[in-house]
Design a protein around this ligand. Structure first.
Ligand SMILES: Cc1cc2nc3c(=O)[nH]c(=O)nc-3n(C[C@H](O)[C@H](O)[C@H](O)COP(=O)(O)OP(=O)(O)OC[C@H]3O[C@@H](n4cnc5c(N)ncnc54)[C@H](O)[C@@H]3O)c2cc1C
Length: 476
């Protein structure tokens, strides 16, 4: 176990004001806020120091409400538009009170983030058309997390790494202590209040299999291997009310050659809309050009998960190779469809037939990757609604796709004060939650880019504030 910032006295005997479980964005936002309210705060991060920061260290941006453009955002993003975007992606499956709270509380959170060490980068190209709504972290999520850790340390927050919380003592809806695995042993830690920010359970393949069956074996976990949902399970086993469908998650199509865990953003493939996608039967199965990619990328993980062996192939031709951000793996290149079929291990006749049919169905139009253009393939099933151009200009390029799970939505129910709700609908007095572990309150389904960090930042700050308020009212 390594620690930052040692407090005097024996750590095992110490009773902290607030224990924060987790070491990602939500945890640190909570910890910094609580500490700035005068609390004695301990953060337990299950990862070793060099892998601290959970999924948050993989992020690039967040969206927040703003009435006018600023240095990092090219125009306003008002509440109604933010709300409409959320309604569209969740198809109304959201808790309106909490969702509107997040949206309003996100008003100019960039300023708070900058005060705590975050640096944003000026708006730029290659950002999935997000320059108006989403601010991008200079140096990405890793730099953001490093800045937050430095700030937390400077504030005097105690941080312990290699510290996995494995159990909680909860009596009658009140948190008493946590058992944490450290250096091969179990240590009990007491605190007056706990903030749980330990992410989803997407890195727990056995748990995923309970809902997805054997397909889960073929999932790739895009982020941290440390989000195993251990604390979530303990909470649910101790009478905390769950929220969200266990099968709902954020899952994108990523390069099948990505590592099983922690591959991060560079394994995502953004070429789907510019070509066709076939399964291992060489058959198309969904409209690749249904909408702009940022509005559709998060459904493709599930689409691929539903295909035989959970594998698919995105195929484009040379007309499209420069239209998207390249991923870390080079494409499979071929001068003919037959050669591509051989290289991707697909039936050559089948692939030829699929591509010929698709090419014939493409109607002439004005191709425009920046618009929902009129290049359509309509007399075919499935149709391709936009950016449909015949695959006829070698070389052809192919990428194998697998479902890449980002985070799960099953979580704990909370109220507007980040207070955890028990099965009997009572609010637990000294237990709070923030981040992925409560995102299912707002994300009943679907996702919009940059919203995970908004949820974690707003609810992290709220949890920190409310936990501090609770502790400060306790008798001496
Ligand atoms: C590749 C990738 C790119 C992404 N890009 C973006 C983006 O650009 N914008 C955006 O908004 N969202 C993005 N997301 C989603 C985003 O990462 C999450 O929504 C957000 O980071 C959640 O923050 P969190 O603090 O709740 O969880 P995490 O950052 O995952 O933190 C959870 C923490 O809990 C710790 N932990 C887990 N179990 C225990 C335990 N038992 N005891 C102690 N500690 C424990 C983990 O080690 C980790 O530190 C991306 C995700 C991935 C994987």
């Amino acid at each position: 176990m390594s620690t930052d910032n040692n407090h005097p006295g024996s750590p095992s005997a110490k009773h902290f004001d607030i224990l924060v479980i987790g070491g990602g964005n939500a945890a640190l936002c909570a910890a910094m806020t609580a500490r700035e309210s005068g609390m004695d705060v301990l953060v337990l991060e299950s990862a070793p120091k060099e892998f601290r920061g959970g999924n948050s260290r993989h992020t690039r941006n967040l969206r927040y409400l703003h009435e006018k453009e600023n240095k990092y955002l090219t125009g306003p993003y008002p509440e109604n538009e933010f709300w409409d975007d959320l309604m569209r992606v969740t198809k109304g499956k959201t808790n309106e009170e909490l969702a509107r709270f997040i949206i309003r509380e996100s008003n100019d959170i960039g300023t708070w983030m900058e005060k705590h060490g975050c640096r944003f980068q000026p708006a730029m190209r290659g950002t999935l058309h997000l320059a108006r709504t989403n601010a991008f972290f200079l140096g990405g999520g890793k730099a953001l997390m490093n800045a937050y850790y430095a700030f937390a340390q400077h504030l005097g927050i105690k941080i312990e790494y290699d510290s996995e919380v494995v159990d909680l003592d909860i009596q009658y809806g009140r948190f008493l202590s946590a058992n944490v695995k450290q250096q091969g042993g179990i240590r009990k830690i007491h605190a007056k209040s706990v903030i749980v920010a330990s992410g989803g359970f997407q890195a727990n393949l056995a748990w995923l299999k309970e809902y997805w069956g054997d397909s889960a074996d073929n999932f790739i976990v895009r982020g941290t291997p440390y989000d195993k949902g251990k604390v979530l399970k303990v909470l649910l086993d101790n009478g905390v009310k769950s929220v969200g469908d266990p099968k709902q998650c954020h899952a994108v199509a990523i390069d099948a050659r990505a590592p099983k865990f922690d591959g991060g953003i560079v394994t995502r493939l953004d070429c789907v809309a510019f070509g066709i996608v076939v399964n291992n039967q060489a058959t198309r199965f969904y409209d690749e050009g249904e909408d702009f990619w940022p509005k559709r990328y998060a459904i493709w993980g599930r689409l691929v998960a539903d295909q035989p062996d959970q594998i698919a192939y995105s195929i484009i031709d040379s007309k499209s190779i420069d239209l998207f951000m390249p991923s870390v793996f080079p494409p499979v290149e071929a001068d003919s469809i037959e050669e591509m079929a051989e290289k991707l291990d697909l039936d050559s006749n089948g692939l030829n037939e699929t591509i010929n049919k698709f090419n014939k169905a493409c109607k002439p139009g004005s191709f425009d990757p920046g618009e929902l253009d009129d290049c359509k393939a309509l007399d075919i099933d499935p149709v391709k609604s936009h950016w449909a151009r015949p695959l006829d200009t070698p070389p052809f390029y192919g990428y194998p796709l697998k479902p890449g799970i980002t985070f799960t939505y099953l979580g704990v129910e909370v109220n507007k004060k980040a207070g955890i709700i028990m099965e009997n609908n009572q609010v637990a007095k000294n237990m709070f939650a923030a981040g992925e572990i409560m995102s299912g309150n707002i994300l009943g389904q679907g996702y919009m880019a940059g919203f995970g960090m908004t949820i974690g930042t707003v609810f992290g700050r709220t949890a920190g504030k409310e936990a501090a308020r609770y502790v400060s009212k306790l008798p001496e």
